[in-house]
Write a protein that binds this ligand. Structure first.
Ligand SMILES: Nc1nc2c(c(=O)[nH]1)N[C@H]1C(S)=C(S)[C@@H](COP(=O)(O)O)O[C@H]1N2
Ligand SMILES: [Mo]
Length: 312
C-alpha cells in the first residue's frame, strides 16, 4: 500500500473527476479524503498540476541557524491599532485565546500557555514577500494539523480561514469587538502604507492611487463596510492546512514572537508568499466556502485582486 496517501488521494481525485473510479479497496484514504474533496471544488487544471508536482507533501527548504537573517523585516501591520489587541498585548497576552471553530465537531479555545504545552515544530525557512524582499527566520509553533485533528473536521470542511486581530487602514478608533468575519464589507482599494505592491496584478483599476492610509481612510473603510471594520484574514485549503510545515508559530528566532511579526500567534505556511502568512491570528474557522467572508476572495489581499493560491 502506498506510503504517500496524499499523493494517492490527489491522483484518485483526478481520476474521480474524470469519471474513472479507481478507489478499489484502499483503506489508507481516511485522511486523504479531505484532500480529494478539496480538489473537487473547481480549481483549474493548471493549479491542480502545479499542486501535484510542487507542493504535495514536499517540504519547503529548511536552513541552519547560521542562515537566519539578522533582521526579519516586519511588513504590513506592525502594531495593530485595535483596542482589544492593545489590551491583550499590554498584559503580555495572558488573556489571549485562540479560537478554533466552524465546521468542526469540537470547537475549542486555547491560551498561549496551553498552546505552548502542545507538541511543537521548529523550522528555519525563507519568507518571500511579493514586494521583492526575503528573510530567513526560525519559527516554533503548533502544527495546524494537530489543532484540526483535535477539533475534528466535519464532512463539509474544505478550507481553513485565519481571522486576524488587526483592522486594516485605520488609526486605532476601532473598538475591536468585531470578529473580522463580517460579510459585506465595501470596496477597499488602497494599499496600506508599506504594502504597495507594483508586482501584483490588480483586478480593479486605480488600486494604488490612494497612498494615504491614515485615520481619514479608516473612517471611509468603516463606512463603506456598513460599520464593520475590515480585518486582515487569509484562507488555505486542507492540503496546505495538513502540510507538516504549516504551523501556528508563537516563537521567532527562539524568542516570543514580537508584536511587529504577529504576536502572539501567526501562521507559517511555507512554500507560499508572504501575504498568506497571517499574523495576529485570533480565530481559526473551518469552512466549506469563503464566499461569505470579506469580499469573498479568500483573504484581505485577495479581495484587492491578488491570487488566492500563492504557492512558490
Ligand atoms: N494580520 C496580518 N497578517 C499579515 C500582514 C498584515 O498586514 N496583517 N501582512 C502580510 C505580508 S504582505 C507579509 S510579507 C508578512 C510579513 O510578515 P512579517 O511582518 O513577519 O515580516 O505578513 C503577512 N501577514
Ligand atoms: Mo508581503
Amino acid at each position: 500500500m502506498s506510503r504517500q496517501p496524499s499523493r494517492r488521494a490527489l491522483l484518485l481525485g483526478a481520476t474521480a473527476a474524470a469519471g474513472t473510479a479507481m478507489l478499489g479497496g484502499c483503506d489508507r484514504l481516511g485522511e486523504a479524503e479531505w484532500f480529494r474533496r478539496t480538489l473537487k471544488t473547481g480549481e483549474d487544471a493548471n493549479l491542480f498540476v502545479q499542486r501535484l508536482l510542487l507542493t504535495e507533501r514536499t517540504l519547503a527548504p529548511e536552513f541552519v541557524e547560521a542562515d537566519i537573517s539578522p533582521w526579519f523585516k516586519p511588513n504590513g501591520t506592525e502594531d495593530p491599532p485595535d483596542r482589544s489587541y492593545k489590551a491583550l498585548a499590554k498584559r503580555k497576552f495572558v488573556n489571549y485565546r485562540l479560537e478554533v471553530g466552524g465546521l468542526v465537531e469540537k470547537p475549542f479555545k486555547l491560551s498561549l500557555a496551553e498552546l505552548r504545552k502542545l507538541p511543537a515544530r521548529t523550522q528555519i525557512t525563507r519568507h518571500d514577500c511579493v514586494e521583492g524582499w526575503s528573510a530567513i527566520g526560525k519559527w516554533t509553533g503548533v502544527p495546524l494539523a494537530d489543532l484540526l485533528n483535535r477539533a475534528g473536521l466535519k464532512p463539509e470542511a474544505r478550507f481553513v480561514v485565519f481571522h486576524c486581530a488587526d483592522t486594516m487602514g485605520q488609526d486605532g478608533d476601532n473598538d475591536g469587538e468585531d470578529d473580522g468575519a463580517a460579510g459585506d464589507s465595501g470596496s477597499q482599494e488602497e494599499a496600506p502604507a508599506g504594502n504597495a505592491n507594483p508586482n501584483m496584478t490588480k483586478q480593479s483599476g486605480g488600486g494604488e492611487s490612494k497612498k494615504d492610509s491614515g485615520g481619514q481612510q479608516a473612517s471611509e473603510d468603516t463606512a463603506a463596510s456598513g460599520g464593520s471594520p475590515v480585518r486582515y484574514y487569509e484562507s488555505i485549503d486542507l492540503l496546505d492546512a495538513f502540510h507538516p510545515q504549516t504551523i501556528l508559530a508563537y516563537e521567532m528566532n527562539g524568542q516570543a514572537l514580537p508584536v511587529a511579526n504577529g504576536a502572539p500567534l501567526r501562521l507559517r505556511l511555507e512554500r507560499n508568499l508572504g501575504y498568506k502568512q497571517a499574523k495576529y491570528v485570533i480565530r481559526v474557522e473551518v469552512v466549506e466556502s469563503f464566499a461569505h467572508i470579506g469580499e469573498g476572495k479568500g483573504g484581505y489581499w485577495e479581495d484587492q485582486g491578488y491570487a488566492w493560491y500563492a504557492g512558490i
